[in-house]
Design a protein around this ligand. Structure first.
Ligand SMILES: *[C@@H]1O[C@H](CO)[C@@H](O)[C@H](O)[C@H]1NC(C)=O
Ligand SMILES: *[C@@H]1O[C@H](CO)[C@@H](O)[C@H](O)[C@H]1NC(C)=O
Ligand SMILES: *[C@@H]1O[C@H](CO)[C@@H](O)[C@H](O)[C@H]1NC(C)=O
Length: 977
């Protein structure tokens, strides 16, 4: 692009807009390759061709509207070069474009591996002829893109550990010569199952936990990249590594027998004169059994602090008390002949406490337009905004002599506990989600910690004191528990609540959605979903964090992903999970029920994770490249289902879990219908994907297939004697209605009526399992029964979400696995499962009405009708998109006077076009007037006011009012009669 042309074009835009000119602020919340620059310390870009995203700042001036980007410029250059490296600089020059997300790097030269770069961005917007300020220079680095190609001599890549002793502490000293200044020191570390990395006495990156991410190790083992340039000293340095069993040990795994923990360590130090020093894991290291005598994800840790050697990771350490021996060379966990790879972990790590969660939306009252704190209801549980470290809210002694602490919130993590006592004194800590109820039949006493539902997971930590007179704090290293209560058996000293604090532990992410309403039941459900979702992102999406399971179940991941992506920034996390799925996809296209794992073939509503997550990541991030990356895998998977279908038809489509765990005593509906739904759903998604990627042939092929399947679904499962699907249960009607084109027009209202009648017959309760519960709320809202959907979600009697926290047994602060948790079990009865959290997507998509799926944002809050407006008279929802924050906030008419009205505040970020839609507030209502900021923009008398800024349309088929807006803050008032 020619600079002069750019100037005139921009000048022209400026004249068009004729807005006061002043140099605007720099773009903010910059991302490179999906990494948020602001919250990433060591920015590692694992691609030679990164993409950039940024947000356009707006001033507080609420009148600034319709701001679009007109042009951008990116400059990128290499920095910190050695004497032998050539400088590199790329200037995009001014590019006339409104693109502000996933903007590609376009230089013909790829970025080089192991290099520091910096970049900066500025933009021009349609309301100013001057460029914005530049962002600060943002530094990042590239890792080694391919370790095997980089290390010419494969003999340097040694895995070390021991088959003789429990070798879980390893150390190595090395010398850095004083010949030339150090340019960079990059370490790549993998220790399986888990490891911690220390350098010169300190842990590198303190809040990182449970590295590396859990994978199918023989096919993919993750290496964590560190920049320790500023920590290397001239002379002697020392590395210390702690190893844990993690998911590598058999204890969790059951199905495959891996060996003892092992370490791969590489460090590349580059000097300004081009010299290099390399340090590898090999038999020059020494190792011993450290203080951790046993560690297990399920069973906790046994820690004897008398074996601590404070200086073990410092240079010059000399230990006369324990035997440090030479490690063995152990086989690589990776099976190269199966195509296995060792690759840099390219997603945020698991972190503990405050560092685990960042915020793009604020949860404080000032940001909420209409809802005051006292209107939200009394939310049980801890606030995300209070930081990720919980303190006990209560403690007591149980009748069996345990000290019990209640954190008031179910979660995943562990506790730091301060003890004071004699050396050798052992304390035993257990974790549980609930406490026991008195039970006369079994003579069980009340208010003890309840652990039966953890099954074989003991979830217990044992700590042996070293006897420090000043007291000592124990915090486990290589385990994680799912719990709300902890018990300490026979502590050496009288503990108080102040002696206990428990970090919330999960994959690092950013809160991007906040949702609150005038309905306290809905608010508590939202709370439980957010805590439940965070508890279940532990390098991969898990079903639960507490019992001997915690697997990457595909069904649970597919059901929760839409909700998860509304609430949290998880693109890298789900890309990693998609990699884990396609790693184990078989040549015929099938995938297993959970990964890592080999339970083939998946039930279709489990395998759907591959198409569903691919599609949802695209829908939430508008990232075509991600869609493209997994598209062929999705095609192969759908072809696998197609192939199966060719022999079974829908009537016998293979079944496994069906509509899992409906509320007892309800039976499960026809399982073939449930799995057929999964197949049709995926074919339909594939049509959408092929359209997004302009693959016309596929669109044709799968449209034809879908039409055939839709017709067959109806023919096979419709039961004309009862004018509804299968046995007439809710699940069958909801799933048929959720599939486009399945229910013919002439029976549609009968099917909807059947669904509604069945809900009413059950006194406004669902009878649905996990698959159909995810569909029933949007189906009701989209088929004229939004009021009923609101009644269902507001229910507090069994079975309902509300029952989970209003029953007489326990106050759930996360989402249960079973609708009837307290009355069943204990075998399969987690109190922190995320699969039923699926309803959280409907909160954003229908209650707030934010639809992200097209290039034009749609805001269409679904309205309770006037007589049910007490169910939702106010709502406030903020959603941070890649363009900036969308804010939707409404309040219904407070007095019962005519005309009925709604006040709707909407904030649309720059560079976005939106349609704001107003639904009639009662059946047959007609819009009388529509005002914005007190100015009439439409009235039924004049049909259209002459307000240039707004295009207002009335949809005469359903009386919806539609206003087209650009960015800005709007305050609409719509009156209906
Ligand atoms: C490495 O250096 C950085 C910056 O000086 C410091 O914040 C960090 O704690 C150091 N890490 C270690 C392991 O010493
Ligand atoms: C299924 O059968 C149809 C013909 O009925 C055939 O065209 C198609 O290739 C088959 N698909 C698979 C995946 O086997
Ligand atoms: C649930 O919480 C309420 C306070 O909100 C409390 O009164 C009640 O005792 C709790 N129920 C149980 C079973 O803990």
């Amino acid at each position: 692009m020619n600079k002069v042309y750019c100037f005139y074009a921009l000048h022209y835009l400026f004249v068009l807009n004729s807005v006061l000119c002043r140099r605007s602020l720099a773009p903010f919340d910059v991302r490179i390759d999906h990494h948020k620059v602001e919250t990433t310390n060591d920015l590692i870009v694992n691609t030679p061709r990164p993409r950039f995203s940024w947000k356009i700042p707006v001033s507080d001036d609420a009148l600034q509207r319709n701001i679009h980007q007109a042009a951008y410029q990116i400059q990128l250059e290499s920095i910190k070069l050695t004497a032998i490296e050539k400088p590199f600089r790329w200037d995009s020059e001014c590019i006339l474009s409104s693109a502000s997300i996933h903007v590609p790097y376009t230089n013909k030269n790829d970025l080089l591996p192991s290099t520091y770069y910096r970049f900066r961005i500025r933009i021009w917007t349609t309301n100013s002829n001057e460029s914005s300020q530049w962002t600060d220079w943002i530094q990042f680095r590239t890792p080694i893109f391919d370790l095997y190609r980089y290390i010419i001599n494969e003999d340097d890549l040694n895995w070390i550990g021991s088959t003789k002793i429990n070798m879980n502490e390893l150390r190595k000293e090395f010398t850095v010569p004083n010949t030339s200044p150090v340019k960079s020191a990059f370490a790549y570390v993998s220790g399986l199952g888990y490891y911690e990395f220390y350098l010169n006495g300190n842990k590198v990156d303190l809040s990182r936990k449970l590295d590396p991410g859990w994978t199918t190790y023989e096919l993919r083992t993750l290496l964590v990249a560190y920049d320790i340039t500023s920590n290397i000293t001239i002379g002697t340095n020392a590395i210390g590594i702690k190893l844990g069993n993690g998911w590598y040990s058999q204890e969790q795994h059951g199905e495959s027998a891996y060996g003892p923990p092992r370490l791969l360590f590489t460090l590349f130090i580059t000097f300004m004169n081009g010299d290099e020093v390399k340090v590898f894991s090999d038999q020059t290291w020494t190792g011993r059994e450290g203080s951790i005598k046993h560690d297990s994800v399920y069973n906790g840790e046994f820690y004897d602090s008398r074996n601590d050697r404070p200086n073990w990771a410092r240079p010059g350490f000399n230990d006369s008390l324990s035997a440090w021996i030479m490690p063995d060379l152990l086989p690589s966990p990776v099976n190269m002949s199966l195509g296995g790879i060792i690759i840099v972990q390219d997603m945020p790590p698991i972190r503990a406490g405050n560092d685990a969660l960042h915020f793009e939306v604020s949860t404080d009252e000032q940001q909420r337009s209409y809802l005051k704190a006292e209107e939200l209801g009394d939310i049980k549980g801890a606030r995300l905004a209070d930081g990720g470290v919980l303190k006990p809210i209560n403690m007591w002694s149980s009748d069996s002599g345990l000290i019990i602490f209640d954190l008031g919130q179910n979660m995943a993590g562990w506790c730091r506990i301060k003890f004071r006592g004699p050396p050798g004194y052992g304390v035993y800590i257990r974790h549980g989600e609930t406490i026991t109820l008195p039970d006369i039949a079994t003579n069980r006493s009340a208010r003890n910690i309840y652990t039966e539902n953890l099954r074989a997971a003991t979830a217990s930590d044992t700590y042996v004191l070293r006897g420090d007179p000043a007291g000592e704090v124990y915090e486990p290293t290589f385990t994680v528990h799912g719990f709300r209560y902890l018990s300490v058996f026979a502590p050496p000293n009288a503990l108080t609540k102040d002696d206990v604090e428990c970090p919330f532990v999960h994959s690092e992410t950013t809160l991007k959605g906040s949702f609150s309403t005038s309905n306290p039941v809905v608010n508590q459900i939202q709370h439980n979903i957010q805590w439940g979702q965070l508890s279940n992102i532990m390098s991969l999406p898990t079903d639960c964090p507490q019992r001997n399971e915690r697997r990457g179940w595909l069904g649970d991941a597919a059901l929760s992903v839409d909700e998860a992506l509304y609430n949290f920034d998880l693109i890298k996390f789900y890309q990693n999970f998609l990699n884990l799925i396609v790693d184990v996809q078989r040549p015929d296209g099938q995938v297993p029920n959970f990964v890592p794992g080999n339970s083939y073939p998946a039930d279709s509503n489990w395998g759907t994770a591959l198409p569903t997550i691919t599609w949802q990541v695209y829908r939430h991030y508008h990232d075509l490249l991600t869609l493209e990356s997994y598209y062929n895998n999705v095609v192969q998977y759908v072809e696998y289902l197609h192939n199966v279908y060719n022999t079974t038809g829908l009537v016998n489509f293979p079944i496994r879990y069906g509509d899992w765990v409906p509320p007892p005593p309800q039976p499960m509906t026809n399982k073939h219908l449930i799995t057929s739904f999964g197949f049709l759903h995926d074919v339909y998604l594939l049509i959408n994907m092929s359209q997004a990627l302009s693959r016309k042939e596929d669109t044709n092929t799968y449209t034809i297939l879908y039409q055939k399947l839709a017709e067959e679904f109806h023919r096979v499962f419709f039961n004309s004697s009862i004018n509804s699907y299968a046995d007439g249960m809710q699940a069958a009607q909801a799933l048929a209605l959720a599939l486009p084109g399945v229910v013919p027009a002439n029976v549609r209202s009968a099917v909807v009526d059947k669904l509604v009648a069945d809900i009413r017959q059950n006194e406004n309760h669902v009878t649905t399992g996990i698959v159909s519960t995810a569909q029933i709320y949007p189906v009701l809202s989209d088929n004229g029964y939004h009021d009923l959907a609101l009644e269902l979600i507001s229910s507090t009697t069994y079975p309902s979400y509300g029952y989970m926290f209003t029953n007489r047994f326990e106050n759930a602060t996360t989402i249960w696995e079973l609708w009837n948790a307290p009355l069943t079990g204990p075998g399969m009865n987690s109190r922190n499962h995320i699969m039923y959290g699926s309803v959280g997507a409907w909160f954003y998509s229908h209650l707030a009405g934010i639809d992200l799926s097209s290039n034009v944002l749609t805001i269409r809050p679904r309205m309770a009708s006037e007589i049910k407006k007490h169910l939702m008279s106010k709502l406030d929802c903020q959603l941070s998109t890649l363009y900036g924050r969308v804010h939707v906030s409404y309040t219904r008419n407070e007095q019962d006077t005519a005309p009925k009205s709604i006040l709707l505040r909407v904030t649309i970020p720059p560079n976005v076009q939106a349609r704001v839609m107003f639904e009639p507030l009662f059946p047959g209502a007609q819009c009388q007037t529509l005002t914005e900021n007190k100015k009439t923009i439409w009235s039924s008398h004049t049909s259209m006011m002459n307000v240039r800024e707004f295009i207002v349309e009335k949809d005469s088929s359903n009386e919806l009012m539609v206003v087209h807006v650009g960015s800005g803050h709007y305050e609409f008032h719509a009156s209906w009669q």
